[in-house]
Ligand binder design. Structure first.
Ligand code: ADP
Length: 455
């Protein structure tokens, strides 16, 4: 059993993991790049160690160096957070091979679910509904590709088996574009993900993005913790998430949730995980699984009262889940706004110094952030600097509290997308709830979201 956890990440999630460890009486080791020595969690950790230069590939993605750091500092476990090495099966396997605990699922489960074609196959076997498509790798032969395209129907999506982060996807509107789209996506996927396999999926026109959070222990128990609606997106990147998803038939959600928990048992999945679905016309279609903690996990924590990161750590310690499905009770409504250091209307990254950081507060408000006055956001990493969360008895109350928090928050000196969030919180479609994944793009195209648009 480990008593020290190495945190293989940075920013807000590193701080979140540190706090969960502290609550459990575990010691922490922070690893950081040479531009990240000033991070909040580095100051708070029991030990810290610089693992390389700013470039992620030489630091946060350098698995060998991170395992070495764990061995040097006596850490018995590694928490990967999200992004970076969190879904890298080779890294998880190297942690296991070093005799350390990877706080996440077994490397074999990451490998299987990381290949989206294999993941869809596993889900179909477990009875989880998937987006209709090629059910396997698109073949090499041109005629076979055309036949497959005709079977799936247009418009369709060509997707990379190894894709992630919204990359490696292409919409094909008619048969004439198919061969070129397959060739280009293959080529890109080979370069970006070192796996040129692609598959086809029917392109859903107006889906919502709804995902199911699960927890599974090493003793065969699995629970699902309700759903999150992550439909407010730009370029497949989530901007606002909420739980529960407005207007869904609870019976339908429950059936899908049970299937997800069941799938964890069939595929030997352990730890925290998320099944991502597109939802259209009352039906759920599985698209992929995230085998790690997600950015938006606190939304679920607010409505369930659970600590998902703590559960992750305890599962890795071999402990049984602290609750059964009947103990999962959803209370009220929660919303998360992702605050990014980027221009609110052009979306260009805007790293820099935050002269004065004043987080909001009050009933039902939670802030997850590594910011402090004088902190300099470096240009090398993801632009997420804070997650603002609100919880209320009803969605209206959660919206009102979020609007209040957005009016309080101050990031003097730093350009952020807070003005965008202020606009969205007042926007009729958001206020009504239940919008689809193209909602924000439509607002942008319609000129409703633009510079000077804020009152
Ligand atoms: P990634 O792993 O890169 O996040 P996903 O498969 O989860 O890729 O898809 C990301 C986003 O792309 C979804 O949230 C949705 O907005 C869009 N998308 C994916 N598949 C489809 C589809 N079949 N039809 C319509 N939109 C899709």
């Amino acid at each position: 059993m480990f008593d020290t956890v190495l945190i293989a990440n940075r920013g807000e999630i590193a701080l979140r993991i540190l706090r969960a460890c502290r609550d459990l009486g575990l010691k922490t080791v922070a690893v950081h790049s040479d531009v990240d020595a000033d991070l909040r969690h580095v100051a708070l950790a029991d030990q810290s160690i610089c693992i390389g230069p700013a470039s992620s590939s030489a630091s946060y993605l350098n698995g060998a160096e991170i395992v070495l750091a764990a061995q040097l500092t006596g850490a018995g476990a590694i928490h990967p957070g999200y992004g970076f090495l969190s879904e890298n099966a080779d890294f998880a396997a190297s942690v296991e091979a070093a005799g350390l605990t990877f706080i996440g699922p077994p490397s074999a489960a990451i490998r299987r679910m990381g290949d989206k074609i294999a993941a869809k196959r596993a889900m179909m076997e477990a009875g989880v509904p998937c987006v209709p498509g090629s059910d396997g790798v698109v073949p090499a032969d041109g005629n076979a590709i055309r036949d497959l395209g005709a079977q799936v129907g247009f418009p369709l999506m060509v997707k990379a088996a190894g894709g992630g982060g919204g990359r490696g996807m292409r919409v094909v509107r008619n048969p004439d574009e198919l061969l070129e789209a397959v060739a280009t996506t293959r080529e890109e996927a080979g370069r970006a993900f070192r796996n040129p396999d692609v598959y086809m999926e029917r392109f859903l026109a107006r889906p919502r993005h709804i995902e199911i959070q699960v927890l599974a222990d090493q003793h065969g128990s699995a629970v699902w913790l309700g759903e999150r609606d992550c439909s407010m997106q730009r370029r497949h990147q989530k901007i606002i998430e909420e739980a529960p998803a407005p207007g869904l038939d609870r019976g339908v959600v429950e059936r899908v949730g049970e299937l997800c928990a069941g799938a964890c048992r069939t595929i030997g999945y352990t730890g925290a995980g998320t099944f991502e679905f597109l939802y259209e016309d009352g039906a759920f279609f599985f698209i992929e699984m995230n085998t790690r903690v997600q950015v938006e996990h606190p939304v679920t924590e607010l409505v369930t009262g659970l600590d998902i990161v703590r559960e992750q750590i305890q599962i890795a310690q071999g402990k049984p889940l602290s609750l059964r499905q009947a103990d999962v009770v959803l209370r009220g409504h929660a919303i998360e706004c992702r605050v990014n250091a980027e221009h609110p209307f052009t979306f260009t990254p805007a790293p820099g110094r935050v002269e004065r950081w004043t987080p909001p507060g009050g009933p039902g408000i939670r802030v997850e952030s590594h910011l402090y006055s004088g902190y300099v956001v470096p240009p090398h990493y993801d632009s997420l600097v804070a997650k603002l969360l609100s919880h209320g008895a009803t969605r209206d109350e959660a919206v009102a509290r979020m609007a209040g928090a957005l009016s309080e928050i101050e990031t003097a000196g730093l350009v952020t997308n807070v003005p965008l969030h202020r606009l969205l919180l007042n926007e009729a479609g958001f206020v009504a709830g239940g919008f689809d994944i193209h909602h924000l793009e439509r607002l942008i195209a319609g000129g409703l979201i633009h510079e000077g648009g804020e009152r």
